[in-house]
Design a binder for this molecule. Structure first.
Ligand code: NAP
Length: 519
């Protein structure tokens, strides 16, 4: 039996257990995973709390050494990850290898960030003892780690947003310990990576408690983790219901803490009138690729497309349906996601004015969690009457909404919830003709795209993977890219300290050579 990783020890192996299920054939996988007890959650948090002040003092190069060694360690187990992750998630080998590359790339990106050090936003206001009417004190501020972070593994990114994914990488880079709650769908993948994390921490001489991995249910283990007073922030990717529950729980604590939950987004695409019929073929091919990538299980999957009605609309719908007919059913990540996809389509198709243009029939694959594409359509007038049409349907479905005047789109945007992405297709002149359109759109999404599809999030400096609620619980944040580190820090000001007692980033001679704002 397998058990949790509590610092450098293992959890109790005789507790209540669970097994993962292969979504390709519905068969239960052999390994048993013991769920942690309340006491073990407490122990993981105690160890994290103990490690926090030690890690907080680690300098950039020391954190970079660990992050790079971890990336190398994960690269080294890709041969084991392929069969384990494929069996637990149904994801094919190229995706496992691709996601391994992204995960290691993220770790190395944060290593480089903390090594160069300027990310700490150092601000210096020198003393002016002779200032009238009052002298000005010496004030120096920079970002410091927030403390132990609880991370929830995402079902749809078993590596890149799980044990050593973006949330953990950014927390470690900030100097915070991490307590991870594994996802029930891929515990073996979590344990494989967790063991690499533990070995790397030991090899780099980090304190016990910099990492723990907990197996157990969200409603018990996940909630007691978030309620634990030693936890100071939460990183989450998953459903709106789950993220919201954790957010409410964290805000109801005696000491409320920030929750960075990335949850629900339909990622609307607006096709403006200037696009013209000549681009329909190219557009529908790209849309099909974006909407069905990873069986539609990406947070940035484009769920709703607004397009001109009339001749253009008819041609567009039939071209898109033809493209989607070429896509086969594939296993979704777990049965729960597959069931909620089916429910989502049923609920959307029962809305007044919604037509099902095409739906893949999956009865031949009854053993696994297979799902195929679906195309639905509605008019913008009906769309505006029923806000449930804006609900996320997580999977390879697209709702095509026709409009007769681009002015109607301003009403759509004002009614729309917060989004991770919002995309505009058209010609440059469209942006001039519908200038206020972008101003409105900017208020609703974290990333705006022009003539490009939203799936395939680049991991880099400038990317924003966030957005107003319900895309996330904190629209000021990004969970992808170097900016993700800012979720797990807080500004600290040092007033009147002798130079040698200041963090190096704030000392007079700037020994690390970091960028600073000097007032
Ligand atoms: P989920 O059900 O939200 O689960 C994610 C994690 O949160 C799991 O560890 C789960 O625990 C835990 N959790 C869920 N509800 C909780 C609660 N009330 N209290 C405490 N912990 C809770 O998400 P999922 O399994 O990934 O997929 C389910 C649905 O989420 C999908 O059908 C889709 O609609 C949506 N989803 C959206 C995105 C996105 O990026 N927009 C990504 C993934 C999923 P357990 O291990 O016990 O389940």
């Amino acid at each position: 039996m397998e058990s949790s990783l509590l610092g450098y020890s293992r959890g109790d192996a005789s507790a209540k257990t669970f097994q993962a299920v292969n979504p390709e054939n519905g068969q239960t996988l052999p390994a048993n995973y013991a769920m942690v007890s309340e006491e073990e959650v407490e122990e993981a948090c105690r160890l994290a709390d103990q490690a926090a002040p030690i890690i907080a003092q680690f300098k950039g190069p020391r954190k970079a050494e660990f992050l790079r060694a971890l990336a190398d360690g994960i690269d080294g187990v890709v041969g084991d990850l392929v069969p384990m992750m494929s069996a637990e998630t149904g994801l094919p080998e190229p995706r496992v290898r691709g996601e391994t590359g992204r995960t290691c790339g993220q770790l190395r990106m944060f290593a480089k960030l903390v090594e160069t050090g300027s990310w700490v936003d150092a601000r210096i206001d020198r003393a002016q003892p002779n200032r009238e009417p009052l002298p000005k004190p010496d004030l120096r501020a920079m970002l410091r780690p927030i403390g132990p972070v609880a991370v929830f593994c995402a079902s749809n990114f078993p590596l890149a947003f799980s044990v050593a994914g973006g949330d953990s990488a950014s927390a470690w880079a900030a100097g915070c310990p991490v307590v991870v709650k594994a996802h029930h769908a891929h515990p073996g993948t979590a344990l494989l990576i967790g063991q690499v994390v533990v070995n790397t921490l030991k090899q780099c001489d980090w304190p016990e408690g910099a990492f723990s991995l907990l197996f157990g249910e969200g409603r018990t283990v996940g909630q007691s983790l978030v309620k634990n007073s030693r936890i100071k922030a939460v990183g989450f990717t998953g459903s709106r219901a789950g993220g919201r529950a954790l957010f409410d729980l964290a805000n109801g604590r005696e000491e409320p803490i920030p929750v960075f939950a990335e949850m629900s987004s339909v990622n609307p695409i607006f096709v403006l009138p200037g696009m013209g019929e000549g681009r329909i073929e190219e557009f529908t091919a790209g849309l099909m690729g974006s909407a069905t990538l990873g069986v539609g299980q990406f947070c940035t999957n484009p769920g709703i497309v607004f397009h001109p009605s009339g001749e253009f609309g008819d041609q567009f719908i039939s071209a898109y349906v033809e493209k989607m007919k070429s896509v086969n059913a594939l296993p979704m990540l777990h049965q729960g996601i597959c069931d909620s996809y089916a429910k989502g389509i049923l609920s959307l198709s029962s809305c007044d004015g919604v037509n099902v243009e095409y739906q893949f029939k999956t009865e031949n694959n009854a053993q696994g969690s297979y799902a195929g594409p679906c195309v639905l359509s509605a008019s913008v007038d009906d769309f505006m009457k029923d806000s449930s049409m804006m609900d996320e349907v997580f999977g390879p479905s697209t709702l095509l909404v026709s409009y007769h005047s681009a002015d109607q789109l301003l009403d759509v945007i004002s009614k729309m919830e917060g989004q991770l992405t919002a995309t505009v297709f058209g010609e440059n002149e469209d942006l001039t003709t519908h200038g206020s359109f972008l101003e409105h759109l900017e208020l609703k999404a974290g990333r705006l795209l022009f003539n490009q599809f939203p799936t395939g999030v680049e991991v880099c400096e400038a990317v924003v993977h966030g957005g107003p609620y319900p895309a996330t619980t904190d629209g000021r944040s990004t969970s992808v890219g170097t900016g993700a580190i800012l979720r797990f820090v807080r500004p600290v000001c040092y007033q009147g300290f002798p130079d040698e007692w200041l963090p190096e980033e704030l000392r007079e001679g700037n020994p690390l050579g970091v960028n600073r704002s000097e007032g």
